[in-house]
Design a protein around this ligand. Sequence first.
Ligand SMILES: Cc1cc2nc3c(=O)[nH]c(=O)nc-3n(C[C@H](O)[C@H](O)[C@H](O)COP(=O)(O)OP(=O)(O)OC[C@H]3O[C@@H](n4cnc5c(N)ncnc54)[C@H](O)[C@@H]3O)c2cc1C
Length: 242
Amino acid sequence: MTLTPGSTTHRRTLRWQAARVLAVRDETPRARTFRLALPQPRRHLAGQHFVLRLTAPDGYTASRSYSVASAPDDSGEIELTVEKLDGGEVSEFLHEVVVPGDDLEVRGPIGGFFAWSGDTPALLVGGGSGVVPLMAMLRQARRDGHPDLVRLAVSARSPADLYYADELPGPDTSVLYTRSAPPGSRRPVGRLVVDDLVPLVRGGEDVYVCGTAGFADTATALLVEAGVPVGKIRVERFGPSG
Ligand SMILES: Cc1cc2nc3c(=O)[nH]c(=O)nc-3n(C[C@H](O)[C@H](O)[C@H](O)COP(=O)(O)OP(=O)(O)OC[C@H]3O[C@@H](n4cnc5c(N)ncnc54)[C@H](O)[C@@H]3O)c2cc1C
């Protein structure tokens, strides 16, 4: 099947819009960020996502959700970071075909439960591409001069797999490597454990967990073990979506 970026038809009722790809940059060998200009901008909340739709010449469509990585602002532009999945219908197309100047059909922003207002304490726990919506929260907190509001723990296989590697590290973030770590790292490599989370829990904060279903379930159980009330935990699972 051949897909083309963005049909030019604009379905106002569904609020699809043809966003122009302004820039593309690699975050890791398997993750790429697309900066889009929205003809009909609507300010998003950190944590929200857009649905992106590809349309083939025969009319076949494929839609997937992608979280906004950029902080909310009034620029009319958003950034989406997409992990390339082998055999992935939409993510492979975005990685292998889409270039600046293309148009992509998107609809959004969508999602209220996983959105962060930007002014309350939050603990963010992400695995792999699950860091994307959490990065929007971190970026907002830092930009607004409230880095103290958020703490981010992110699980990555290796330094090469860390998204936003030039920007993410700081006193408000912990990177937990599962396969290989930079020389001199004090934490032994390995999956997320409760001791990684206990020092990050302050009490009373909302907790945002994002990643694969397996990562999200594990992290949620560990957070409860660390003393976080289950009602304070919001979970976004990245997986097959339509
Ligand atoms: C609310 C929401 C926000 C999301 N935000 C992002 C984001 O910011 N960045 C991002 O890269 N993805 C994100 N996703 C996942 C994204 O929507 C797609 O599922 C993903 O890009 C795979 O689509 P595909 O067409 O390439 O693969 P498909 O053709 O749908 O699937 C290919 C194979 O990969 C499996 N698979 C599908 N999705 C995943 C996954 N996420 N992890 C592992 N295996 C998978 C399928 O079961 C299948 O075996 C989000 C999902 C949701 C629900």
